[in-house]
Design a protein around this ligand. Structure first.
Ligand code: PLP
Length: 406
């Protein structure tokens, strides 16, 4: 059923040596590799279909448009959105979060509040700080405990009629912690009128997503972290909310009528897709969804969870190794440091010499690093194509780094 060698054979890039050692790619939370099926669809677009979408009446333009709209419907099903026009193509999570924070500007006033958490990626912090600067609103941050777990009693304290936005990630990129977004959404709905934004950059590659069941107002993620090309991403928003809010970028594709007396906007999703989109990438994102569905989301999750458990168990046997969020419910990520070795990049460099690719540093989450009073961590993150043997090589490399650096 789940044939790891067959899966690996679909990722040509994995079949190479780095620094004379077989590549062990464990930086999937930064970006995943792309299967040949996705690359083939992307290449086919440029070799056979390349044309601008929506405007042309010529055949290639129509075919390109059809393929991109087919991809939109695949993504609609993938996240269980009610309508395909609630699915907006972006270039990634960062763009999605910036777009949302910008179009909400007129909905906030001085002393309103925006709630985020300590576990957020900088791209789910800075756009809200900018929104605060524009409007005089204030940011409130749900703290974490020593295991990295969100202290939701603070959410209860923070929520009020002043709360206008609650924006949290479903899975933390730095620690892999799975946040109880269902509970956060339920509490928010019960105690405020806030817009609810979920950063799904680290959950979409690993979980089954159901935006209707979640009942969030917005859900954003990146294609490149879920087997699709760079420069792809999705913003989901509820129909009535997207229809109510103003556009973000002005330009081509997003207008109904443009004149100097005034311009009227196109309907969804085009209102939020000004300019020429990444047509090839967006079509390939649909192929990435096909890949995930074919392997099976349950199979992917079971495999990745088994890898995480195996990695954590072995790493914790190393004396002086601390796993951050050790006791929290996690997926896909193990983030750690070696006692006495303050600089995570030293460990990363030794691992790289052994062909093992991990990320080191603050992972765009400096508040988490500040909380633990560290400069960074070593982060190994998993995808469907990783093997138990690769975890053994990681552990061997970490032991070697410890010997060399202490
Ligand atoms: C990667 C990531 C982002 C930013 O995604 P981009 O693809 O770089 O725009 C935001 N939030 C989380 C949780 C992430 O992991």
């Amino acid at each position: 059923m789940f044939d790891i060698q067959e899966i690996r054979s679909q990722f040509s890039i994995l079949n190479q040596e780095v620094n004379g050692k077989p590549l062990v790619y464990l930086d999937n939370a930064a970006t995943s590799q792309k299967p040949n099926s996705v690359l083939k669809v992307w290449e086919k677009y440029y070799k056979e279909l390349n044309a601008n979408v929506h405007r042309g009446i010529h055949t290639l333009s129509q075919l390109a448009t059809e393929e991109m709209e087919l991809s939109r419907r695949k993504i609609q099903k993938f996240i269980n959105a009610k309508h395909d026009f609630e699915v907006i193509f972006t270039k990634g999570t960062t763009e999605g979060l910036n777009l949302i924070s910008y179009i909400l500007t007129s909905k906030l006033k001085k002393d309103d509040e925006i709630i985020i958490s300590y576990l957020e990626h900088h791209s789910n912090i800075v756009p809200w700080q900018l929104l605060c600067e524009r409007t005089g609103a204030k940011l409130r941050v749900i703290p974490i405990d020593e295991n990295g777990i969100l202290q939701l009693d603070y959410l209860d304290k923070f929520l009020s009629e002043k709360t206008k936005v609650v924006s949290v990630n479903q899975v933390s990129n730095a620690l892999g912690i799975v946040n109880p977004v269902e509970e956060i959404i339920a509490k928010t709905r019960a105690n405020s009128e806030a817009y609810i934004v979920i950063d799904g950059a680290q959950s979409a590659p690993h979980f089954t997503i159901d935006v209707q069941k979640l009942d969030c107002d917005f859900f954003v993620f990146s294609g490149h972290k879920m087997y699709a090309p760079m420069g792809t991403g999705i913003l989901y928003g509820k129909q009535e909310i997207l229809e109510d809010l103003p556009p973000f970028h002005g330009g081509g594709e997003m207008i109904a009528v443009c004149s100097f007396d005034g311009t009227t906007y196109a309907g969804l999703p085009f209102k939020y897709e000004a300019g020429t989109p990444n047509v090839g990438g967006n079509i390939a994102l649909g192929a990435a969804v096909d890949f995930i569905k074919k392997v099976g989301q349950e199979n992917i999750q079971n495999h990745e969870n088994a890898l995480l458990e195996y990695a954590q168990r072995q790493l914790l046997e190393i004396e002086g190794l601390k796993v951050y969020g050790e006791k929290a419910h996690r997926t896909g990520v193990v983030s750690f440091n070696l006692e006495g070795i303050g600089i995570s990049s030293d460990v990363g460099m030794i691992l790289d010499k052994m062909g093992v690719a991990v990320r080191t540093g603050h992972h765009c989450t400096q508040p988490i690093m500040d909380f633990f009073n560290i400069a960074g961590t070593v982060r190994a993150s998993f995808a469907v194509y990783n093997t138990f043997n690769e975890i053994d090589l990681l552990v061997e490399g970490v032991k070697k780094a410890q010997r060399m650096l202490s």
